[in-house]
Design a protein around this ligand. Structure first.
Ligand code: ZN
Ligand code: ZN
Length: 90
């Protein structure tokens, strides 16, 4: 992969997941620190998120913590990958 985004470009691109101010490319997708941490947590332990509604929750800066299920689905849909974590396994 050849992602050639300069720091200046990244700063003006909002988090692909929630639209908050991004902090760079994490797990292959431009996300904020919040979504980066969320995705890492979701991959590093056994989690079984449930959507209390119809699995179509709005995920934005304000609502991103309301439904972890839909937030994770959006992360995955955008192409976030746990390759970073996989490569750390032995
Ligand atoms: Zn975000
Ligand atoms: Zn949901």
């Amino acid at each position: 992969m050849s992602v050639s985004l300069s720091t200046a470009q990244i700063e003006i691109i909002p988090c692909k997941v929630c639209g908050d101010k991004s902090s760079g490319v994490h797990y292959g997708v431009i996300t904020c620190e919040g979504c980066k941490g969320f995705f890492r947590r979701s991959q590093s332990s056994v989690v079984n998120y449930q959507c209390p509604r119809s699995k179509a929750c709005l995920v934005d800066r304000v609502n991103r913590n309301r439904c972890q299920y839909c937030r994770l689905q959006k992360c995955l849909r955008l192409g976030m990958s746990r390759d970073d974590l996989e490569s750390r396994k032995t």
